[in-house]
Write a protein that binds this ligand. Structure first.
Ligand code: PEP
Length: 248
């Protein structure tokens, strides 16, 4: 079982969301995998209501605020997202960290708020090109992982991790399967240490960064790669179906 997740970023309004689901035909292996789509918050209702949406496709939001309500103009809370039909949320996507300046501490607060509201968080970690060139991959991704793990105070509730090297997101550059395996092995070891092996084994680690139907299978066979988080190539229904098919 692999996780195939599509992050639509700031693409697809309600009309395009309906069109996506009306043209999406999942391949026959879809039932063996966990399939997630993260539309924009304003398109979530259209995705929830899309009559042709296969119930195998579960929905999430791309970001939440850590508070449940209050004077935070423009933000949405985990409980609101849940009420609107989201079951998952991304937290700490690299665009949130690097374009909007989210800190590890804020990501940890969002992660905790998601779990408290019953949303499953997908916590994203990953190094910049500069950090990779300075041989700081392990240090950076473990720091980001430790921040969210510090907010895991109960065994309740699932979460997922996504390793998304910043230099590979939206660039057409992909980590090699060996690079992905090395980073995922580092994260897996820390999860084992922090949660114990049986609980850690229930946390899938997805790879993200220029995944396409043509490279998904190779990445999915790398050690400790339990799924893919896909931006650009998830926007087109045929391409998304091909990604699911590549999961085997
Ligand atoms: C992403 O948005 O999480 C992502 C990995 O984007 P892309 O697949 O376009 O690189």
């Amino acid at each position: 079982m692999a996780v195939v997740a599509g992050n639509w970023k700031m693409h697809h309004g309600p009309r395009a969301t309906r069109a996506f689901f009306s043209s999406l035909t999942l391949p026959s292996n879809a039932g063996s995998h966990e399939i997630l789509v993260f539309p924009s918050a304003v398109s979530l209702a259209a995705a929830v209501a899309a009559p042709e949406r296969d119930p195998l496709v579960q929905l999430g939001v791309q970001n939440i605020h850590w508070e449940d309500k209050g004077a935070f103009t423009g933000e949405i809370s985990a409980s609101m997202a849940r009420e609107a039909g989201a079951a998952f949320t991304l937290v700490g996507h690299s665009e949130r960290r690097h374009v909007f300046g989210e800190t590890d501490e804020e990501v940890a607060r969002k992660f905790k708020a998601a779990r408290q509201a019953g949303l499953v968080p997908v916590a994203c970690v990953g190094e910049t090109l500069e950090e990779r060139r300075a041989n700081r991959v392990e240090e950076v991704i473990l720091r980001q992982l430790d921040a969210v793990l510090s907010s895991v105070d109960s065994a309740e509730g699932r979460f997922l991790l996504a390793y998304e090297p910043v230099w590979a997101i939206g660039t057409g550059e992909t980590a090699t399967p060996a690079d992905a395996a090395a980073a995922h092995g580092t994260l897996r070891a820390r999860l084992d240490e922090a949660l114990g092996p049986s609980r850690a084994a229930r946390v899938p680690i997805l790879y993200g960064g220029s995944v396409k139907p043509g490279n998904a299978r190779e990445l999915l066979t790398a050690s400790n790669v339990d799924g893919v988080l896909v931006g650009g190539a998830s926007l087109d229904a045929a391409s998304f179906a091909a990604l699911v098919e590549a999961a085997g």
